[in-house]
Every structure is written in C-alpha cells, then in structure tokens.
Design a protein around this ligand. Structure first.
Ligand code: ASP
Length: 371
C-alpha cells in the first residue's frame, strides 16, 4: 500500500472527541450512538479484501482506505475497493470468473448503503455485468427503488451503458462447474435426504481440489468504510453460493441481511451461509444492537448466538450439534470501533493509517464447521 500522507489525516486526526454510547430503551427510538465530530478513517472487510489485486498494486482495503483518506466519498471508496475483486478472475467467489449456478450461469447479487445520504440500492440474479456493486450504486442513486432483479436489473445496467458480457465464466470456473455437473447429475434422482448429503459431499470435494476452503462454498466480499466526518458506508457483492439453483437469491442484495448501514450507529455486512442470514435478518440486528450501546464484537457475537439457536434442522448440524456452515460479520461503529466475528475461526481484513492486515475473527464456536 502507498504510504498515506500524514496531511491527509489532518481532518481525521487529533481532534477525535470522546464518544458516548448510551443504551436506548427500545427498538425504533432515535439513534443513541453518539459519534464524534471527527474520527480516524477505517476500512473493515472480509479477508479476500486483502488478498487480490486484479493485477494492480493495491488490495480492496488499501484502495478504499486511500480514497477515504484523500477525502473521497466513502461509498465510492468501498465500491472502488470491491470492484477490484469483482473483476479479478482469481477471486472465484465474486464477479467475473466466480463459480456459477447449477446451470453454469453466473448470477450476481450486490447491495450498497450510503449512511449520510440514507440511500440504498441492490441487484440480484444479475447476469453479464462484471461489477454488480456499481449497478447497485446506480439503483441507489438513480432510481426510486432499492432492489432490481434478473432481466430487469440487466436491462437497467445496459441502458446506463454497463458492458453486458454473454458469459462471465472463465476457463477455470467453467471447468469447475463442468466437474460438479458431471459428478452430481446422476444423484438428482435420489430421495431428498440422500441427495442433500451426496451433493454436499461432491461440492466440498471439488472445492477442496480447487483450494477453496469449504466455508467458501459460500463466498462474497463485504467492505465497510468510515470517513473522517463519521460517514459510514458499506457494500456487499457476491456470486452467491457455488452451483446454486438458478434464480436463488442470497442475503447479499437484501438490505438488513447481507448488509446494513446506519450512519448514526455503524455498519455490518456478512459472508457465509446466506440462508441463515436471511432467516435472522442479521446485519440489521447487529447494527440495531450497536445502536443499543453494544460494542461491535458483542453485537456480532450476540447475533451469531441467535443464529446458532435458530439452527435446528439436522442437515444443518455437524456431529457436535453445531451449525455446519460458516458465517462471518464485518462490523464497524460510528466511533471507529470494529470487529470481525464468525461462527468458526477465520480471518478478516482491516485498513487504518497504519496499513492493511488480516486479523483473526472472534469466533463463537471452536474448530471447523464441517466434521
Ligand atoms: N452470503 C452469500 C450468499 O449466501 C455467499 C457467501 O458469502 O459466501 O449468497
């Protein structure tokens, strides 16, 4: 990462006022996390945000941080960060070259929220556009709506001049899909229980061979930023669950599930099993708990506990009776406190004026999701 000119931090620097977090009495009340007037810029992101560079010099978090530090709009900055991953075929969980759905088609989901402007936008099941996060931003800025889906989302993108590619697969993603198809087709006639187990086994074996950790059968990038004036913004973008049923929409484009931002309280976004997140509307709940006064870490862990308690179906539990899926939250509050939390140990990315790094998440359960 390019060293940040100290002067770029003048606005963000020494004048950090002490902030107070006053627990409120009930949901629905006015925001009670009092943000200081100036804070130190910060970017918090899933670990892939400090892994890929799309052939350039910077990772997502480095790019986002540098833009925030130089005074750019925080949502522009975090989106500029994640578009590196969306366009990099090496990140097989996001955008171009990600793992496609069961028909071999890439259907992408994304959402974004601008805290200060109180704008939000999302797209789901979008085909042919490498950078769904930018289309989500256009939904937020240029329409009265919050979510466009499928063919309508693509037509919207086309009209705005986004390039529509006939196929977002790369050689590698196509090959992985073909292998999945070859191994799973004969299983489609089994009874639902056996099929579930068999398909899961085959999918995990293929992912392991690709060097993708099982918890990234789901894969996404969420990136949240805090600007020097306390501007909180976030973006989540994904190709969704590898080899999903065509038309399946996960948590990423759904406000409150894969992402939630409230400028007065903070931001939370997620990667991992989207269904668990949709069921619990988790990102909204994380932000709401921060509004009640909880630290990002405590808010995240409280929500993971709720998700764990709501996970009772046998097919979703491992031999220890714990959730057999990964789910992480990347969280910052309006004061600049932050955390990465996960159902199981993994890492997340952070960038401050001291540079970018990955750190271990606070994990609710020990070991791994899968036995
Ligand atoms: N949460 C995303 C989804 O379920 C996938 C992921 O984060 O791995 O679509």
């Amino acid at each position: 990462m390019k060293p940040i000119n100290r002067r770029q931090f003048v606005r963000a620097g020494a004048a950090v006022a002490a902030a107070a977090a006053v627990p409120s009495r009930a949901f629905g009340q006015a925001p009670t996390v009092l943000a200081p007037k100036t804070v130190r810029p910060l970017v918090v992101c899933s670990a892939n945000g400090h892994q890929y560079r799309n052939g350039g010099a910077e990772t997502c978090v480095e790019k986002a941080f540098a833009m925030i530090a130089s005074g750019r709009d925080v949502l522009d900055a975090v989106i500029a960060g994640v578009t590196l991953n969306e366009q990099d075929p090496l990140d097989m969980t996001v955008g171009f070259g990600a793992l496609p759905n069961a028909d071999g088609v890439l259907q992408l989901d994304a959402s974004c929220m601008h805290g200060p402007l109180k704008r939000a936008g999302g797209v789901s099941a979008l085909e042919g556009v490498k950078t769904p996060s930018l289309v989500a931003r256009a939904v937020a800025d240029r329409t009265d709506h919050h979510l466009l889906t499928g063919a309508g989302a693509q037509a919207f993108a086309r009209r705005l001049g986004f390039e529509i590619l006939p196929d977002l697969n790369t050689e590698a993603s196509r090959k992985a899909w073909f292998e999945w198809k070859r191994q799973t087709d004969p299983l489609h006639y089994l009874d639902p229980e056996d099929r579930e187990v068999a398909v899961r086994k085959v999918s995990l074996a293929i992912l392991r061979r690709l060097g993708v950790e099982p918890e990234h059968a789901y894969g996404t990038i969420n990136c949240n930023g805090l600007g020097p004036k306390g501007e909180v913004c976030g973006v989540t973008t994904t190709a969704g669950l590898a080899w999903k049923i065509p038309g399946r929409v996960g948590d990423s484009p759904i406000l409150g599930a894969g992402l939630y931002v409230d400028n007065a309280a903070g931001a939370a976004g997620s990667t991992g099993r989207g269904e668990a997140n949709l069921y619990n509307l988790s990102s909204f709940l994380v932000v709401e708990l921060m509004r009640q006064g909880l630290h990002p870490k405590d808010a995240g862990l409280a929500v993971l506990k709720r998700i764990k308690a709501n996970t009772i179906e046998k097919r979703l539990l491992n031999s220890r009776g714990l959730p057999n899926f990964g789910l992480n939250f990347y969280i910052l509050n309006a004061k600049g406190e932050h955390a990465g939390v996960g159902m199981y140990p993994s890492r997340y990315a952070v960038c401050t004026e001291n540079g970018a790094e990955t750190r271990p998440v606070e994990a609710l359960c020990e070991g791994r999701a899968e036995d």
